[in-house]
Write a protein that binds this ligand. Structure first.
Ligand code: IDP
Ligand code: MG
Length: 166
């Protein structure tokens, strides 16, 4: 196979890339697992386009987890997610939502496959370390809760052609 020409390597990707919101939850930060968790997404081939450390307010937590309002675990979920600092990130890539959720593993860590973040580091559903958007539409809404448009950086990764065929 011919090597890619220089002009091809410098062309921005034409395929629309999906974005997903990832949170390292307070237990991930408290346990010193933030670097390990971030490395999983980075090594997978997702591209980091936004990141910040913050402590979520009740208001932000209720907006982020609005779909769970009324469920028995809602109040404890809001208390958990606001209990300490989190790292919020936007990762980009082909089918980024599905790729990130596969990397994260099932909601209940005991059921999560070893090799996933929750399967390697988690024991209980109420301490499952990381959040990932569950759809493209959901990701768009969630990203807007945490980041202003100008905080999401559009950049070309030099080795993209070794991660993506497009
Ligand atoms: P997900 O994080 O895998 O998308 P969701 O069903 O959207 O899972 O639930 C959001 C979060 O709510 C979970 O990650 C977990 O922290 C918490 N949660 C979900 N179900 C329960 C439960 O039954 N007990 C306690 N916490 C729960
Ligand atoms: Mg969810």
């Amino acid at each position: 196979m011919l090597p890619l020409s220089l002009s091809e390597t410098l062309l921005p990707l034409e395929r629309p890339m999906e974005r997903t919101l990832i949170l390292v939850k307070p237990d991930g930060i408290q346990r010193g697992l933030a670097g390990e968790i971030i490395a999983r997404f980075e090594k997978r081939g997702l591209k980091l386009v936004a990141m910040k450390l913050l402590q979520m307010s009740d208001d932000l937590a209720m907006r982020h987890y609005g779909e769970h309002e009324g469920k028995p675990f809602y109040e404890t979920l809001v208390a958990y997610i606001t209990s300490g600092p989190i790292i919020a990130m936007v990762w980009e890539g082909n089918e980024a939502v599905a790729a990130a959720r596969a990397t994260i593993g099932l909601t209940k860590p005991v059921d999560a496959t070893p090799g996933t973040i929750r399967g390697d580091f988690g024991m209980e559903i109420g301490r499952n370390l990381v959040h990932g958007s569950d759809s493209d539409k959901g990701a768009e809404k969630e990203i807007a809760l945490f980041f202003a448009p100008e905080e999401v950086v559009d950049w070309n990764r030099d080795n993209d052609r070794w991660i993506s065929e497009a």
